[in-house]
Write a protein that binds this ligand. Sequence first.
Ligand code: ADP
Length: 411
Amino acid sequence: MYSFNNWRFQYTALHRQRDCYLARRRTMTAMPTRSDVMETLKGVIDPELGSDLVDLGMIQDVRVDDDGVVTIDLALTIAECPMRNQIESDTVRKVGSLPGVTRVDVRTTAMTKQQRADLMTTARFRVRERAEPTKLSPTTRVIAVSSGKGGVGKSSASTNLALATAARGYRVGLLDADIWGFSIPRMLNIKERITANEDRNLVPVEAFGLKVVSTGLIVESEETALMWRGLMLSKALEQFLKQVEWGDLDYLFIDMPPGTGDVQMALTRLLPQAEMVVVTTPQQAAQKVAIRVADMARRSFMPVVAALENMSHFVCDHGQTYELFGSGGGAELADMLNVPLIGSIPIDPLMVAGGDTGLPVVVHAPDSPSARAFREATERLLEIVPPAQDETCTGRIAKLLEALPVTSHSE
Ligand code: ADP
């Protein structure tokens, strides 16, 4: 009798301990809910159909386990879908960026004929329903370049990453969303001003093969930019995405204002496909504020895909390396965010000169250490965020089903 009671006591105590442990874990790292995951999946866009996986009915089931493993049943249009890898990796990256998620398992199945027909009806309905929320094509990959504070080289990074991407033959836009503290026009030595077309939409200025938009290309001088202070940053961003004729772009790089949360939220609302690269210098202080920015991004469902360290070290003429701003901040940031560190850009006097005179290193000093580092970082970034494929299975099915009569969504 004693031993039975003793056993029962121990058994209950063990269960209490376990429940306590699980509850503590849950409060330490709040686990995302099923609806958080569904919300995030709304950011995975089928580029050809221009809508997200949830809207298109491609998400059949979502399960979130206590240990942070998320299992997603994803129905593809056809089993051998050549887009499969891209859709799967986008799904894993987006959902994996939610705090508390330890692993994402995607189980794919193929849609039935009826499901495919329903998907096409939804896609057609959405295209008609949505009066072009932005002027950006759904196939455009959007990369927001952010930092915790000013002066770490975020604008230099946006500019050189965009230029190195364009040099690989992609159609690239560069949006200076640093509305008050714009520096892109100076970095690219742009003297022209943005004009409006007959539809009263803004036409980006072309520089070094990039389509560029910045408040600096609208206002007369850096002083008049102060007048923009009254304007809500998120409203300005909305205007730049809705009233600019971007045309067909493969990539849009956005130079984000340092540290703010409202612009990130506006960006996720307008362009759910946006993904973030966080720039930091090696100092601990810079890295700590960079983490806060990444955290804010993730809370507004924008995945952080990479970290980039700038001003990493300086190599003098005698080949001696100096770590002027300390070391390890980039690697530590990448580690804490669980994303790759795509590069460590050295301190390069050519970057200072180039930034002031509009001679970006990637174009004007392609053999300099900083330009080489930017090209390598771009290479890695484009592997993580590859261009949307032109000819997709859903695209082909879309064309095949184009012949079907269009039925109303409620039918
Ligand atoms: P942010 O956009 O973060 O405010 P900027 O890109 O405007 O930063 O850079 C701030 C200053 O530092 C500029 O003068 C720029 O030329 C310089 N700079 C940026 N990166 C480097 C680097 N790797 N080496 C030397 N100077 C740099």
